[in-house]
Design a protein around this ligand. Sequence first.
Ligand SMILES: NC(=O)c1ccc[n+]([C@@H]2O[C@H](COP(=O)([O-])OP(=O)(O)OC[C@H]3O[C@@H](n4cnc5c(N)ncnc54)[C@H](OP(=O)(O)O)[C@@H]3O)[C@@H](O)[C@H]2O)c1
Length: 244
Amino acid sequence: MPTALITGASRGLGRATARAFAARGWTLIVDARREADLAEAARGLADVVAIPGDVTDTEHRAALGAAVDRLGRLDVLVNNASSLGPSPLPPMREYRLSELRTVYETNVFAPLCLIQRLAEPLAAAAGAIVNVSSDAAVEAYPGWGGYGSAKAALDQLTAVLAVEEPGLRVYAFDPGDMRTDMHQQAFPGEDISDRPEPQVVVPALLRLLDERPPSGRYRASDLTSVGESGAEDPALTEWPAVTR
Ligand SMILES: NC(=O)c1ccc[n+]([C@@H]2O[C@H](COP(=O)([O-])OP(=O)(O)OC[C@H]3O[C@@H](n4cnc5c(N)ncnc54)[C@H](OP(=O)(O)O)[C@@H]3O)[C@@H](O)[C@H]2O)c1
């Protein structure tokens, strides 16, 4: 059975993705920092190795790598775990560098370290890497400079990896707004009930992995868009180079 490693799978998009993969019979390796939440999320998934820990921690990443070695296969790596940074989001001139470092450690260095550790099994499986991005990587929203610049760095390393690793598919995947803890943290005290649940985004991610278009940056909204007639947008079936 195909095997996927999904970081940050105890809630939000990571959890919804893990459920969808499990429903397809995939073997999963999942993590999150809070052990009880991770165990609760893993309950009911048939074939799952749940390893609590922080993606910024070297030993934890080694444990994830060792789990892949034991299973002997990795088809998909989803770098989903992410740090928003402080809430409320500070303007750049007030951003504490210690906090910015944590954002970069989580959103840039940890995904790259996992890619470096797991490139070999991924290549052996002609696998795919999905680095979860954000529109904040490409738009200049006040307050979003820390998180957004880290996601921009993640986008760029994704783009370079894509040309360096023709045997892999390397995607930056922008899910769009979702009703999750992170989104609530970004908009403290605001009603975010109009945002879609994260499971609404999962079909777009599955489409990316099923159809394996060229490596690049893809938005969930482009992968699931339907025309006025309700038919799928025909332009998407030819997989144009989707960028921003
Ligand atoms: N929500 C949105 O509107 C939105 C929009 C654009 C992009 N995104 C991106 O979508 C992805 C998922 O976000 P989400 O909204 O689903 O977030 P979420 O609901 O807050 O869930 C984040 C998950 O990651 C885990 N996590 C966080 N930091 C971690 C760390 N250092 N090590 C290991 N696990 C960690 C969390 O568990 P613990 O806290 O227990 O570790 C949790 O399982 C992120 O990459 C985010 O940047 C979200």
